[in-house]
Design a binder for this molecule. Sequence first.
Ligand SMILES: [Zn+2]
Length: 300
Amino acid sequence: MAVADPADRSVVLVTLDSCRYDIAVKAHTPNLDRLGPLARAESPGTYTLPAHAALFNGFLPRPVSEFLALNGDRVDAIWRSAAARAAKRHAAIPFEGPTLMAHYSDKGYRVIGVGGVTFFDSTNPANSLPALFPEFHYFGRLSRTPATMATRVVDRDEVLPLTHTQRLADLCLEAERFFLFLNCPSTHIPYTTPCSPLTDRSGELLAVLYRLHDSHGSASGDDVLAAEDIAFLLGMQRRALEWADARLGDLFSRLATRRPLVVVCADHGEEFGEGGRFGHGHPHPTVSTVPLWCGVLGGG
Ligand SMILES: [Zn+2]
C-alpha cells in the first residue's frame, strides 16, 4: 500500500507546557511512546510566547541528534518554512506562508487552536497567539483576573483542555482534514489534575514554589525547598504528564481512523533550583531541554 505523503495528512500538534525532558524520561507514557521514540530536543524559546511564535512558523524544538524518526523515515525536520535560511536539511513538509495555520487554512483544512495557559486566553486582545487561528477554544483561567495564591494553587478539571477530548475530536471529525493545535497546561505549575488533586502538603509546597518563581531567585529566607520537597514537586509534574498521556490516548483513539501526523513536545522546561533559580523565562539547560515525540497514528 502506498504511504500517504505526510504533507497531505491531518495534523495534531500538542505542546505540554513546561514539561521537563527528564520528567518525560521517568514518566509512564504508553500512548506517547506509541508515536515513536522520545527525542531529547532544545527549544528556541524559554517561555510560552517565543517558543510558540517559533513553533507556529514550523521551528519545533530541535532534536540534539539532529534528526527525527518519522515512521521509520529519517527527517531533519517535520516542517520547514520558506522563510528559513537555505540549507540541505530534509524536511518532511516544506511550506510557504507565514504560519502553519495559514498554510493549512490555504489547503482547505479546518484549523483549530485550543489552550491552555494564559498566553492563549483568546478573550484578551493583547494576546497575539490565539489571533493566529481562525478558530480558538480557550479553557484556562482568564488572564486578566488577579493572580493570587487563591486563584493559582487550585484543583483543575474543566480548565484543562484534555478533559474535553470528545468535544475536541468531534470538532476535528466534522472536517475532511484538520490541523489541531492543543496547548496542554496540566504539566504547568500547579501540576494538579483530576487524578492528582491538591493536598495539604502539595498546597504548601506550591505556594513556596510560586513565590520562588515570582522572585526570580531573590526569595526571602523563609522560602526554601529541601531536596525532598523538590522531588515531591517534580513527582507532581510527572503525574500531570501521565494524566495528559492517558487523555491523549483517548483523543488519539477518537482520531485514529484519519491517521493524522502527530507531534507532541514541550514549549520549554522548568528549572527547580539547579542553577539557583526556579521557573522558566531564563536560559538554563533544564529550561531549554524538552521532550519531543512524533509519528502517524495507526502507522504509515
Ligand atoms: Zn509555556
